[in-house]
Design a binder for this molecule. Structure first.
Ligand code: 13P
Ligand code: SF4
Length: 350
């Protein structure tokens, strides 16, 4: 990275001292992650944000929904900054509150809403988390989806899972022992989600039709190809991958799980990793004694995670030094109140 920008970021952080705390998601660029006080998956970062009451500013190097969650979980005095407001998440954008309310109204009309628990992946807007909190549901991340679903099925017979169909299906089938027939796919662009009344009544998991465009790139062919190319390779993927990819893989888990699995792997072992490329490259650099390859042959970054680059980070930090808070993320009181209930419920999962 540009030595001048590195020096400026270092100086700005030093000038701010304990007043600033920088969080970095594992998918961030190297040039940014070097300035993170803590790195983590989205679950760990939510907990870290909530555990830093002494910092006036939380600079969130990640995407918009993570910064919103940090704002919800921190006190009024703390301000959360997202260095580039264009760092969104296409999956989170796939569930809009009005659509989710319409889906819920359909379940109310069918008389099944009172037996349905809404569960939303962290990768959703604060509005959606607020909806889930209002309806006594829970947030989950890729590291606690199974626990969240077990909690939900202790309270209801059916789950409306938002917005990632793959995390929902993979967790239900591979960790909860459900069948693919227990799951239906709700298309928000069609009346009744494109489902029959019978399907909506019988399904245990109503999966929202959302997905991650980055993890959607990994196919079963990628797994077959890498197994042919590297005998004995271990295939390790994120649960946002399609069901057939996760089924064909050897290990599945969140970004934090992926990192820990490689830390524990023996020297000389071979790994093909199905997750975002900044992280896979860093892992390959950190483990020269292991053969680590990207599961796809093509390059695939999360373009919105990559919006946070060193120039944006330097700008945000230097503005803070000058006493100006730029790109502050705030969630309105009412939404935050309900969203906090759903997030707190996640943090309290056994
Ligand atoms: P985790 O960090 O929770 O594994 O999530 C991955 C992701 O897609 C974040 O956007
Ligand atoms: Fe969203 Fe996928 Fe990027 Fe994660 S990797 S922020 S789910 S688009």
């Amino acid at each position: 990275s540009d030595p001048d920008l590195v020096a400026r970021a270092t100086a700005a952080k030093a000038a701010l001292g304990d007043r600033v705390f920088v969080l970095g998601h594992h998918y961030q660029r190297d040039e940014v992650i070097q300035f993170a006080d803590v790195t983590g998956d989205s679950f760990k970062l939510a907990r870290e944000a909530a555990a830093r009451p002494e910092a006036e500013y939380i600079v969130f190097c990640g995407v918009h929904f993570m910064a919103e969650s940090a704002d919800i979980l921190t006190g009024d005095a703390q301000r959360v900054v997202l260095p580039d407001l264009a760092a969104g998440c296409s999956m989170a954008d796939m569930a809009v509150l009005a659509q989710v309310e319409e889906a819920w109204d359909t379940l109310v009309d069918l008389g099944v809403a009172d037996r349905t628990v809404p569960v939303t992946y962290m990768n959703s807007s604060a509005d959606i988390k607020g909806f889930v909190g209002r309806n006594k549901g829970v947030v989950c991340t890729s590291s606690n989806a199974e626990r969240a679903l077990r909690w939900a099925f202790e309270r209801g017979e059916k789950v409306l899972f938002l917005p990632d169909q793959h995390l929902g299906r993979n967790t239900a089938v591979l960790q909860m022992g459900m069948t693919l027939d227990d799951c239906v796919l709700y298309n928000p662009h069609k009346p009744n989600g494109g489902l029959t009344v019978e399907q909506l009544r019988n399904a245990k998991m109503i999966l929202w039709r959302g997905h991650c465009s980055v993890h959607g790139r990994f196919t079963l062919d990628c797994v077959t190809e890498v197994r042919d190319r590297i005998p004995g390779v271990n295939v390790l993927v994120h649960p946002e991958c399609r069901h057939e990819v996760v089924t064909a893989a050897d290990y599945v888990g969140s970004t934090e799980y992926i990192i820990k699995t490689l830390d524990a792997a023996p020297a000389g072992s071979s790994w093909a990793i199905g997750t975002e490329l900044n992280l896979v490259r860093r892992l390959a650099d950190a483990h020269p004694d292991k053969q680590i390859t990207f599961l796809d042959r093509t390059v695939c970054y999360c373009s919105t995670m990559n919006r946070i680059d060193l120039p944006h980070l330097v700008w945000a930090l230097e503005e803070l030094v000058a006493g100006r808070v730029v790109n502050q993320i705030t969630v309105d009181e009412r939404t935050a109140y309900h969203a906090r209930a759903a997030l707190d419920q996640m943090l309290a999962l056994p």
